[in-house]
Design a protein around this ligand. Structure first.
Ligand code: SIN
Ligand code: FE2
Length: 201
């Protein structure tokens, strides 16, 4: 059994994906990005987000003046590509076979990019966990409770680590304070990919 670290109810599996597996996930992510290019979503307040994103699966997560939501099409109008098999198998191993995720959000963090504290709450059914995979540079991940002001704890997520936010931690506030650019050689140009799997409906 893989080691597991609990951080405010979030389960972190350090090194869950071995280096060959990480390389395969990067290749699969490149296929997704080829079909559905990364874009910089606009916040509902009209500011572009620093993290570049795209999705795979029946639904993709988008944001614009209309708010945060799931959409069956990329902003360019095309359907999202299917969630790659090696990504699905991580979910099936750690969450189970009963239901597959309907969205694989791809977040790309370049140098200096971070993500503010937020809850994942655009989904219909919070009984399904959120599973996230870290690839590339290290990231300082912060997790609190279900209130914005709750005490937080942090951990450096490294390439190959998997985090599962389920149960009481499904709606925990979380974010990425910073990345350590260039700490991994997985992506030749540096940066970090985070894959987030969610059941949407
Ligand atoms: C997210 O909360 O959407 C991303 C978390 C991460 O990048 O690890
Ligand atoms: Fe999130």
């Amino acid at each position: 059994m893989t080691d597991r670290i609990m951080l405010n109810g979030v389960a972190v599996y350090p090194g869950y994906i071995d280096p060959d597996g990480q390389t395969a996930l990067v290749a699969a992510t490149r296929d997704v990005v080829r079909a559905a290019p990364l874009f910089s979503p606009m916040t509902p307040y009209g500011k572009p987000m620093r993290v570049r994103m795209t999705s795979a699966g029946r639904f993709g997560w988008v944001s614009d003046r209309g708010g945060y939501r799931y959409s069956e099409t990329h902003p360019a109008g095309v359907a999202w590509p299917p969630i790659p098999d090696p990504v699905l198998s991580i979910w099936r191993d750690l969450v189970g076979q009963a239901r597959d995720p309907e969205c694989c959000l791809v977040n790309f963090y370049g140098e200096g990019v971070k993500m503010g504290l937020h809850q994942d709450r655009d989904e219909a059914d919070f009984t399904w966990p959120v599973l996230s995979v870290s690839l590339g540079d290290e990231a300082l991940f912060r997790v609190g409770g279900t209130g914005r002001k709750d005490k937080t704890a942090s951990i450096w997520l490294r390439s190959g680590d998997v985090a599962v936010m389920g149960g009481a931690a499904r709606l925990a506030y979380h974010g990425v304070d910073r990345i350590r650019f260039g700490t991994s050689t997985l992506l030749p140009q540096g940066g970090r990919i985070n894959l987030t799997l969610r059941v949407v409906t």
